[in-house]
Design a protein around this ligand. Structure first.
Ligand SMILES: [Zn+2]
Length: 265
């Protein structure tokens, strides 16, 4: 049924990943911040764009939408799926927690998860059949998005939702920040063996110019400090580095961890 779907990694700007899901004929694009590399990939693979999916309002995620619609939607409708509450004017299909996106051309269903924190209206898309997650700037490989609009408590709740997805879920996040994230993770958990191994593996990929994304939920749960803020090792590190004075408040611990990363060189 869905076994013929493929995901293309499209590079944009400095370190953005835009995602094209296709079946050899039809395609949908996730977070097209730039139309140029998307149009190039569609032409190269002879794909017709069926829909656009957006996770949040930042320009590097939505900036290419007007040009894609101007070039491709002249003779037919291209729906633009996106969050109901993130202030994106180009959205035609407004989504919130619990909604399902049906993409009949690809025989693909995506469920919508509200993940406020990076922005207040940020959503993620989960393909339950394929175990694919498109999470924008919420969960990164080894890290998480900055809190531009939401509170630490909101981001912690959002990441908790993503951590409950199956361990083999492939995480298609929107940036290549992995090595700097893992260097911070190593500062937080110097004795985490899986983390040490992961840093070597991911460094090797980057040395060869290979993306470290997608990652997997199971690996993130073992190595990403932002999914591990309740672990004794992380809490004791926060105390040892004087980022917190007691460990009683989960959201405060998470906030201190995020703040620590913000200032980590
Ligand atoms: Zn963003």
């Amino acid at each position: 049924m869905n076994s013929s779907l493929t995901i293309l990694t499209v590079l944009a700007f400095q370190d953005n990943y835009l995602w094209i899901i296709h079946n050899g004929t039809h395609a949908v694009v996730v977070d097209p911040g730039d139309s140029v590399p998307i149009l190039h990939a569609l032409t190269q693979h002879k794909l017709e764009l069926s829909a656009i999916l957006l996770t949040h309002h930042h320009a590097d995620h939505i900036g290419g939408v007007p040009a894609l619609l101007a070039k491709l939607a002249t003779s037919r409708q291209i729906p633009v799926f996106g969050p109901a509450n993130d202030g994106i004017s180009v959205v035609t299909e407004a989504l919130r927690q619990g909604d399902t996106v049906h993409l009949p051309e690809l025989d693909l269903q995506l469920s919508v998860i509200d993940v406020p924190g990076h922005t207040l209206g940020h959503i993620a898309y989960f393909a339950a059949t394929q175990h694919w997650l498109f999470c924008g700037d919420t969960l990164f490989a080894g890290g998480c998005g900055r809190l531009f609009e939401g509170t630490p408590a909101q981001m912690l709740t959002s990441l908790d939702k993503l951590a409950q997805l199956p361990d083999d879920t492939m995480v298609y996040c929107a940036h290549e920040y992995t090595l700097s994230n893992l260097r911070f993770a190593t500062e937080v958990e110097p004795d985490n063996v899986q983390l040490k191994q992961r840093l070597v593996t991911e460094k090797h990929k980057r040395d060869q110019g290979i993306p470290t994304v997608p990652t997997q939920i199971g690996l993130e749960k073992q190595t990403n400090p932002f999914l591990r803020s309740r672990q004794a090792s992380v809490i004791s590190s926060l105390l040892k580095h004087h980022k917190i004075t007691n460990s009683h408040d989960e959201a405060a611990n998470f906030a201190a961890l995020r703040e620590w990363k913000n200032h980590f060189a």
